[in-house]
Design a protein around this ligand. Structure first.
Ligand code: ADP
Ligand code: MG
Length: 240
């Protein structure tokens, strides 16, 4: 579903991604871990072309995004992204937050957008909050609205960039539970996270990045439970 080949990304003189090769199969959940500044966000942002790679190829759901002929807007609709900051529209209700892109981007009717929004708000446990405004919700609830908004677009893959890092500790669990249920339903997911217990439990594969390269990857039990690389060990000894 996602295929990244020899991906390089530089910002000026700074080479942030230095040759990334990664595949994520349909229904697979891959967690990306690594120290701050190792290029995790840049990698995710290259997967939906929020950043333009310097070189290399990215293929999502059979479409090469890095092909200059590619209709990037069409592909991006197939890729849901959830950020650390939820980025909800503060002046719109929960329902409107989840319907606006469906209407403007997918040109769905008001009725269809609302039906899809309600179904996805139900999916994240917020069916009773349709009329609330973001400021009336906890951070965890806002993040679940952001997830519902992404799901309402019918994505083939979901990218999560530290979705729980901005949340108070007691709110993290609800968001992880929603992500776990998506994984169980077979959603293809790439998740940058510091939640090692989530990675251990939910990820099919864990990728450890450092200095713009993948240093180690494999099943969670191996990479987190018994890392072979010294840099992975050092990182895990700090976060576990
Ligand atoms: P991570 O998500 O692993 O913390 P990032 O991908 O955010 O790492 O950043 C990797 C490196 O790239 C950092 O040194 C960061 O400062 C740099 N970087 C990220 N985005 C930009 C940008 N738009 N312009 C310049 N440098 C950037
Ligand atoms: Mg980051």
């Amino acid at each position: 579903m996602i295929e990244v080949r020899d991906l390089h990304k530089s910002f000026g003189d700074l080479e942030v991604l230095r040759g990334i090769d990664l595949e994520v199969g349909a229904g697979e959940v891959v967690c990306v871990i690594g120290p701050s500044g190792s290029g995790k966000s840049t990698l995710l942002r290259c997967v939906n072309l929020l950043e333009q790679p310097t070189s290399g190829t990215v293929v999502v759901d059979g479409v090469e995004l890095t092909d200059p002929e590619c209709d990037i807007d069409a592909v991006r609709r197939r890729i849901g992204m959830v950020f650390q900051q939820f980025n909800l529209f503060p002046h719109l209700s929960v329902l409107a937050n989840v319907t606006v892109a469906q209407r403007k981007v997918l040109r769905r009717s008001a009725a269809e957008a609302e039906k899809t929004a309600r179904a996805n708000l139900e999916r994240v446990g917020l069916a009773d909050k349709v009329d609330a405004y973001p400021a009336q919700l906890s951070g965890g609830q806002q993040q679940r609205v952001a997830i519902a908004r992404a799901l309402a677009m019918g994505p083939a893959v979901m990218l999560f960039d530290e979705p729980t890092s901005a949340l108070d500790p007691e709110l993290v669990g609800d968001v992880l539970a929603v992500m776990r249920s998506l994984a169980v339903e077979g959603m293809t997911m790439m998740v940058v996270t510091h939640e090692m217990s989530f990675a251990r439990e939910v990820a099919d594969r864990v990728v450890f990045m450092d200095g713009g390269v993948i240093v180690e990857e494999g099943p969670a039990a191996e990479v987190i439970g018994a890392p072979v690389n010294e840099r992975t060990r050092t990182f895990l000894s700090r976060v576990l």
